[in-house]
Design a protein around this ligand. Structure first.
Ligand SMILES: [Zn+2]
Length: 363
């Protein structure tokens, strides 16, 4: 009898040790697409916009690329990686026509408040009320991880929008943020980083505060190859700006390119000995956009109906393959941080973070 208790204790210790070791092993790639609507994610090109000459220069060409009879075909034409590969390995939330909903808890429905919520796990409608370049008083998960010795120096952020160094509070958090028109810095730049540094100033962006996503993407991919951050945040920005411009063709083509970028990141992680079978991808958006009246597809904010509705995609380490989630349920963007903190084995400050951890297991 006597040996049974120590053996049981030993097994319990081994068990929790294994869980802990698994948690520590998970690398995370968190990705956002600025203002990309759930409508296009789940149904592809919008019938009211794709052939509308108010928003599309060449409607014949755009229809050739993205118009198919069924919404199932249209979404595969728009986002081939997400709809051909992710359902067999991950989970896709936010199809409101099935009753599966993901929403922001902040009431602003524009970018800084959205990213603050996604990255800190809490809406802050008192302090985060504009997109101004104000250092975030709140701590992001990137900062929390960077303060832990297991992740220190293994956290990196990349964004197309030049406000990210403030949202992440680069100065206080010491999380390196390559955003806006930043170049790669350091002594050991790869050939590609040197080339990107050369190219970026020579390829003008249509916008003053947002660079083209190809630069953000390749700076991020180079860093992953070179230093293998355990927590990488990549914020693509084009979709929002093309939508504000009222250019539906560019909005769709940008979304399709981002889908290809995500596939490239995923395929890279699965070909790399550090990241293979060990990396979780989580993808979402900082806000939605309108749909009624039609012109509100271009905009968002608290006065735009539906702009608080978003979506969430998860695949990789620890995520069971459930495909498109058809369960009637309501999820919120403030659940992302507690979920990732738990996966990383970092403490969740319950006085700040109220969102429930997502259940990615079989239900
Ligand atoms: Zn916007």
């Amino acid at each position: 009898m006597n040996y049974k208790i120590p053996l049981l204790l030993l097994l319990m210790c081994m068990g929790s040790g294994q869980v802990r070791a698994q948690q520590e092993e998970t690398n995370i790639v968190l990705i956002t697409l600025d203002g990309f609507r759930w409508q296009e994610l789940f149904t592809g090109a919008d019938s009211l916009l794709v052939a509308n000459s108010d928003y599309v220069q060449d409607t014949t060409d755009l229809k050739r690329l993205f118009w198919k009879k069924s919404s199932g075909e249209r979404r595969k034409a728009l986002l081939p990686f997400i709809w051909n590969e992710v359902p067999a390995m991950g989970q896709i939330y936010g199809n409101r026509s099935l009753g599966n909903k993901v929403d922001l808890t902040n009431s602003m429905w524009f970018s800084y408040p959205g990213y603050n919520e996604i990255l800190t796990g809490r809406a802050d409608d008192e302090k985060i009320t504009s997109n101004d370049i104000v250092p975030n008083p709140n701590r992001t998960i990137l900062e929390i991880a960077n303060e832990d010795q297991r992740y220190q120096g293994k956290v990196a952020a990349f964004g197309s929008w030049d406000v990210f160094p403030y949202i992440i509070n680069e100065e206080r958090s010491r999380v390196p943020v390559n955003a806006g028109f930043d170049l790669a810095h350091g002594d050991s730049l790869t050939d590609r980083e040197q080339f990107l540094n050369e190219l970026q100033p020579k390829v003008p962006s249509p916008w003053g505060s947002v660079r083209l996503d190809a630069f953000t993407h390749h700076f991020a991919l180079e860093e992953m190859k070179k230093n293998h951050p355990k927590l990488t945040y990549i914020a693509y920005g084009e979709t929002d700006d093309f939508a504000h411009d009222g250019d539906y063709g560019a909005y769709l083509k940008s979304a399709q390119t981002t889908d290809m970028f995500i596939k490239e990141l995923w395929d890279y992680t699965q070909s790399d000995s550090v990241y293979k079978d060990n990396t979780l991808f989580l993808i979402t958006s900082d806000h939605g956009r309108g749909s009624v009246p039609l012109d509100t597809w271009r905009s968002h904010g608290s006065d735009v109906l539906g702009a608080g509705s978003v979506w969430l995609i998860a695949f990789g380490k620890g995520i069971t393959a459930k495909g498109e989630i058809r369960l009637k349920e309501q999820l919120y963007s403030n659940q992302i941080v507690p979920t990732l903190l738990e996966i990383l084995g970092l403490p969740i400050d319950a006085s700040i973070i109220k969102g429930e951890v997502f259940d990615f297991t079989e239900r």
